[in-house]
Design a protein around this ligand. Sequence first.
Ligand code: SF4
Length: 384
Amino acid sequence: MKKKIGLYIHVPFCLKKCLYCSFYSEPVRPEQLLVREYVEALNIEIKRAADRADEKEIGTIYMGGGTPTLLSAQQLASLLENLNRHFHLLDDIEFTVEANPGTIDREKASILRTYGVNRISLGMQAAQDHLLSLIGRVHTYESTLRSYEMIKEAGFENVNVDLMYGLPRQTTKEWLHTLKEAVRLDPDHISAYSLFLEEATPLAVQHKRGETALPSEEEEELMYDQTEDILPSRGFSRYEISSYAKPQKECIHNQIYWLNEEYTGLGAAAFSYADRCREKNINRVTEYLFRIFSDQSAKDWQERLSLENEMGETMMMGLRMKRGVRFSYFKDRFGQDLLQVFGQEIAYLQELGLVGMDEESVFPTGKGFRYNNAVGREFVGRQG
Ligand code: SF4
């Protein structure tokens, strides 16, 4: 039987960098030659990777960034056509493309549908323009609404909206309003992230200089509670720390990461994971182009995980999900008994009320969801 894996395709371009963003992406104009060359190079990498993945079937594709929908309709079509032509995509594939409001139009939405994309993740973030502008987003709430409508008109039946709380000057009233607006759109999935100030991002620098006021810890806790109150009461159940879904609409691709399973990443800065080996493609687009066009590997580095590392990471990631880690899954995958390997850590976390256990699995409690970093640290701390 062929092995089923996920594919991640990175499009490292944005119209403008958001002030909090630490992902690798370059601000570009969509018509720039660099963008055209990147699509050409990515098509070459797609073909090469497909030749190597002869024995594998693709169960999920996630095209993220950056802003994939900044590509023209023709560029999107050429990437999608190549993915369809070269890889063995399963009939029930989940195929997601990330879209930013204002960068998707009817033509692009229809091209995505035509080539089998069946899930869109839209970066709404907030329903207040002054907040969007404070974090450097290029769109308005009005453009979120227009983009959402276009996506629905194109026939997408699986749509996620991304939201962020803990934004500069955001009030709990505003967050509540954002949650209600997102629910009113009636998506299938909502991801609600708290803003994390990554060092050296413009927003972190502003904050250090005292130029940006963030919500207090109490306010942020309240926003967390509001999320927990509103979304489940409107039919979105929380299945991962930041992810809420209507029934059967959990993101399948992201579960590959949380299960710590195999995926192939293509494009500049993309990660891959297989056979206990993590690899990353080179960041800089120009270097990526040079490597691909001169028939060299785009890999920047790779690290091989020990069995202990992989077991620890599998626990750390698995305990992000409500369902946690099943004993049978752990045994089948590693040939070892979960409680024999991690019995001490689990007992400690149980004592703290961060994880629970039944006869099938170990899983995070409500408190464990809230303090998930503390849960994860118990397992990756063992890595040498
Ligand atoms: S759109 Fe996304 S990837 Fe691009 S700068 Fe903003 S947060 Fe970063």
